[in-house]
Write a protein that binds this ligand. Structure first.
Ligand code: C2E
Ligand code: CA
Ligand code: CA
Length: 409
């Protein structure tokens, strides 16, 4: 497959600065368009679907922070590089605000910047060849009802998005996390936070989980049959008490010729600990059936070390709330290090999600975290888009582009 070029859209009120950025981007192999006014910027955004955006935060008569919010409202999937002459703390706050608006911040470059600084921010762009329409937009103000959800499950509107997970040290693709999506005929694609709680409270969650397991196994066996690539599936606390879960998953994986060892069930910390006796029984059974078990969102629940030791997990997944802001927060880095050390001392594989920056990946690697997932590497994408992405990833990911310097705790 021919590699598509990345597209950088620039908004900077100073034409000379915009042109300089465009020039440096061209040297880095990206096509670039520089704009100086918000209407031109948004017109190009809609027309050109850039893979990267360079945004000046402070522009007379223009509010870069407001533009960040507007990009967030549009669920813009491009890598965002924030440029500005203002101090580090404001830049950091803007970066956090952008991340909280769901944007993928690849770099923050203080002005005046050297070509080297900008090149470093642009250097790692394995996602640039993703189809521009790969963004997954949640519905705006959509009221979900149980009847609608039941209808959706019956009519096959439930779909699955796959987020790649990579080996920290080599950047090789190691697997995917299956994430439920509802393709609503009117509201568009709805994210799981809008319907999983309802599925749980209305008893539809087992049916939903079964559809996710079955669809994702069919997908995996179609696209990656002979591979060792893994598949992680989220399990609700409610389904944890469903003894049929393992049997059904085993039946479905056999039907698709997928070894159960390739499947990981992800459970959240609190759900896994709620009923220790039942959890121990069910989780042990799943492990005996050959499945892997990950303790998801680790660090956010009220964990008991005793339960962690008792329950047969094979993986600890550091919660993204620590990972997303790790480079700005010494406290988050300390928590991550403790979790990684704890996982290692218990003989568990440690993975992290929410990797939004190259530096975070370097930091995690330096701690010995083995797997990473996050917008910096790849966003969740629908099944048909994954094989093309995987091919590009294998041919274009350049480990040398990841800074190897260690980040102080
Ligand atoms: P989760 O299991 O923690 O899944 C990771 C979530 O973090 C996903 O959101 C993913 O898109 C997002 N994410 C990944 N990397 C980054 C990053 O770098 N930055 C940021 N800001 N976010 C990142 P999504 O797909 O909206 O899923 C939300 C939650 O819904 C999941 O959180 C999981 O708890 C639940 N969920 C999704 N699918 C299922 C399912 O099939 N069954 C159940 N029971 N729950 C599901
Ligand atoms: Ca998960
Ligand atoms: Ca998680």
């Amino acid at each position: 497959m021919a590699a598509q070029k990345g597209r950088l859209l620039i908004l900077d009120d100073e034409p000379a600065v915009g042109q300089t950025i465009a020039y440096i981007a061209a040297e880095s192999g990206l096509d670039a368009i520089a704009t100086t006014r918000a209407p031109d910027f948004f017109r190009e955004l809609d027309r050109w679907c850039p893979t990267h955006i360079a945004l000046d935060l402070i522009m007379p008569g223009l509010d870069g922070v407001e533009i960040i919010r507007m990009l967030g409202d549009r669920h813009c999937p491009a890598h965002l590089i924030i440029t500005s002459g203002i101090g580090g703390r404001v830049l950091d706050a803007a970066r956090r605000s952008a991340a909280e608006h769901g944007l993928c911040v690849t770099g923050v470059v203080s002005k005046p910047f050297s070509p080297r600084d900008l090149r470093a921010a642009l250097a790692f762009h394995p996602q640039t060849a993703l189809p521009a329409d790969n963004a997954i937009a949640p519905a705006a103000a959509f009221q979900v009802t149980a009847a609608e959800l039941r209808r959706a499950l019956n009519q096959g509107e439930l779909d699955v998005a796959y987020q790649p997970s990579v080996d920290c040290a080599t950047l090789a693709l190691v697997g995917f996390e299956a994430l439920a999506r509802w393709r609503h005929p009117v509201a568009g694609v709805i994210l799981p936070d809008h319907f999983i709680p309802l599925a749980e409270s209305t008893g539809l969650i087992d049916e939903l989980t079964e559809q996710v397991v079955s669809q994702s196994l069919v997908w995996l066996s179609r696209h990656f049959p002979a591979d060792t690539l893994g598949l992680a599936i989220n399990i609700s606390p409610r389904s944890l008490l469903n003894l049929k879960l393992g049997d059904r998953a085993l039946q479905l994986s056999r039907r698709q010729g997928i070894a159960p060892e390739r499947l990981t069930f992800e459970l959240t910390e609190s759900s896994a600990m709620e009923d220790p006796v039942k959890s121990l029984h069910l989780l042990t059974r799943l492990r005996a059936q050959g499945f892997q078990l990950a303790l998801d969102d680790f660090g956010t629940g009220y964990s008991s070390m005793r339960q962690l030791v008792r329950l047969p997990f094979s993986e600890l997944k550091v919660d993204k709330s620590f990972v997303i802001g790790a480079m700005e927060s010494r406290e988050s880095r300390t928590v991550i290090k403790s979790v990684v050390d704890l996982g290692h001392s218990l003989g568990l594989r440690v993975s992290a999600e929410g990797v939004e920056e190259a530096e975070t990946l370097a930091f995690l690697t330096s701690l010995g975290c083995v797997r990473a997932q996050g917008f910096f590497l790849a966003r969740p994408m629908f099944g048909d888009d994954v094989p093309g992405w995987a091919q590009l990833w294998a041919s274009r990911c350049i480990p040398a582009a990841i800074p190897v310097h260690s980040v102080p705790l």
